[in-house]
Design a protein around this ligand. Structure first.
Ligand SMILES: [Zn+2]
Length: 323
């Protein structure tokens, strides 16, 4: 099924046309990162910008992700192009990150509320350093790793310890390692967490957009679409134990903050696969039926009066997806 598009500027439309034709962007069929199954159901065949990628639901465990997935080389190319960033931030990437810099951070507030004992902090995917700034403000030793050279330099200019690099480049051990809005972008988040485990002394914080009672907005920069169950199962398989969780329902994407503790023994988080699959299929079919009815109503109204059709369509929205 086609995914609804958000309102796009002409520049964004032109950029997407270029991306859709770009032969340097290559994809690989993958099996489910959580359960290994190759039995997937196609949900959508384009993202919210009109980029031709497919989002699937694993028929065995209910995990949702893009499949075929960008190859590692293509992902590196993709994330380094201006096209990618200009699509997400039509007003300019510097403008949007500077606006974010002094914002309140839900993940920082969540960690602060837990009364944990820690001193050293590493924020992986720190951006220009809002998280690093906040942890420093409460007396912690904080540094960040940021793959974008531009963001790294902007952070350094603010006197923060930001290192240009990704999760795989992290050196040293930290009481608390954070990955806030990072995991969903990675091509193999499980492998990244397994590697990063050596850098975690006590705690690992993961913040991701979540799908609980609705689908997340489908966008090319998100490779994986976690629920509480799929996130917790994947992370605990890497040698961590879930110790605290906060789920916030929001109008577009829900937000999930989870604190894990590093453990030596394996403790697998389990959930009911069948129930998970059923839950998301129900959301999907409900949305499918709504779209179908909407199309019929539009076709009839268009024939009667196109102006009335526009007004009515605004009223009958497709809120099942949450936007
Ligand atoms: Zn699966």
């Amino acid at each position: 099924m086609k995914h609804p598009l958000i309102k796009l500027s002409q520049t964004q439309i032109d950029n997407i046309k270029l991306l859709n034709k770009d032969s340097r962007i290559k994809f690989n069929k993958i099996s489910c990162l959580n359960c290994g199954s190759e039995n997937h159901m196609n949900l959508f065949t384009n993202d919210r910008y009109g980029f031709n990628i497919t989002k699937v639901l694993c028929n065995k465990c209910g995990f949702m992700f893009t499949n075929p997935m960008l190859t590692l080389n293509s992902a590196a190319f993709f994330y380094n192009t201006n096209l990618y960033r200009n699509m997400l931030h039509p007003r300019g990437v510097i403008h949007s990150s500077e606006a974010d810099y002094m914002k309140e951070s839900p993940s920082f507030n969540f960690i602060k509320s837990l009364d944990l004992k820690y001193q050293t902090v590493c924020d992986v995917g720190s951006g220009i350093g809002n998280g690093v700034r906040l942890f420093k403000s409460i007396g912690k030793e904080a540094c960040g790793y940021e793959p974008s050279k531009l963001f790294t330099d902007l952070g350094k200019k603010r006197g923060l310890n930001i290192i240009n690099g990704s999760a795989d480049d992290v050196k040293g051990e930290y009481d608390l390692v954070l990955m806030d809005h990072v995991l969903e972008h990675l091509i193999n988040p499980k492998k990244t967490i397994e590697n990063l485990r050596k850098n975690v002394k006590k705690y690992l914080f993961i913040g991701v957009p979540a799908s609980e009672d609705k689908f997340q907005s489908f966008q090319y920069s998100h490779a994986y679409y976690f629920s509480i169950n799929t996130l917790c199962q994947i992370i605990t398989k890497c040698g961590f134990k879930r110790i605290n969780i906060k789920h916030e329902s929001r109008s577009v994407n829900d937000y999930l903050s989870v604190l894990f503790e590093k453990i030596d023994e394996k403790e697998i988080y389990s959930y009911d696969y069948t129930h998970e699959v059923k839950k998301y299929k129900k959301i999907y079919y409900k949305y499918f039926i709504k779209s179908f009815i909407k199309k019929i109503i539009r076709d009839i109204l268009k024939k009667i009066n196109p102006n009335v059709e526009k007004k009515i369509v605004k009223i009958i929205d497709l809120s099942t997806l949450g936007y």
